[in-house]
Design a protein around this ligand. Sequence first.
Ligand code: GRG
Length: 332
Amino acid sequence: MAATTFATFLTDVGSFYIAHGSVQLTQYTGADMQFEDRLAETARRVEVELKRLLLSEKVDAAPAQLVQAMRHAVLGGGKRLRPFLVLESAALFDVSVDQALPAALAVELIHGYSLVHDDLPAMDNDTLRRGQPTVWTQFNEWTAILAGDALQSLAFEIIADSASRLDAAVSGELVTQLSRAAGVRGMVGGQALDLEADKLGQPPAPDVSHISLLQAMKTGALIRFSCEAGAILAMAPAPARAALIDYGRHLGYAFQIADDLLDAEGDEQLVGKAVAKDAAAGKATLVSLVGLDSAKSELRNTVKHAKAALATFGERAETLIAAAEFVAHRDR
Ligand code: GRG
């Protein structure tokens, strides 16, 4: 089925699928689909599945405003890059979309929760996210805190609850690695380092290695997990898993440099959130520490390393190679 036809098909069946939850998603059809079409197709699939999840029995006895806030947080926006990486890394080993979906949705739920909490007044105090009011501005602070909490729990529930699709050892390993990536040694720890620097002025003079560590934890860990997930799902041999971890680390770093560049040079309308915040807040980023030109050169180098890590997969990795270019050159 061609990409555009499939898009129309998904839109048409969306409400049926949400209501009945019984339409099977088709597999990717070929390597000829352009990268951005492929990413957009995954975004549509993820949207349909997240809608279904947030109408399912898993939330149906929950307070209505809490569920509305969860829906506001995760539906109707976002590039869905992390689920895309899960599905594409899984595709390297011929793991089906059906098997990879719980991990793909789980990582997007964790990402959604992190954005809701990051936007809170106590953290980044943002009012705009994905071109929409942030959850705390649309609802209130306590609803935003609870919606984030609930999204995080739901993420782990859907992996743990996927016994019909996944081997128990696989779901156990996914839960272990996702919780590590999201927790104190990963995203939450990185956010703590970021807030310490921002609000307490610690360390007093952050250097490149401190910023790189902070970013590898804060944004890199979830991206790295998304790339590793395919190898976990396939129970792939250690060298293949290590190659995906290496790719994921470099991709996460490239993503963050690109994010800093977007903050420094991006267009608020396109990015969908406030820009030029880092400089206004006097925040240390790679761009502020080494300057725009050196940051761009570091980005090119990092993309090169990310691509090189995939050499062992040959042509099968062409979509992940294109993902590295996309991450580096995105405008939103
Ligand atoms: C609150 C525990 C906790 C953690 C927050 C991820 C994060 C940690 C904060 C987000 C702050 C931020 C904007 C970081 C820059 C990188 C980033 C995560 C950008 C948003 O991710 P995209 O571009 O967003 O994938 P979409 O909207 O496409 O999903």
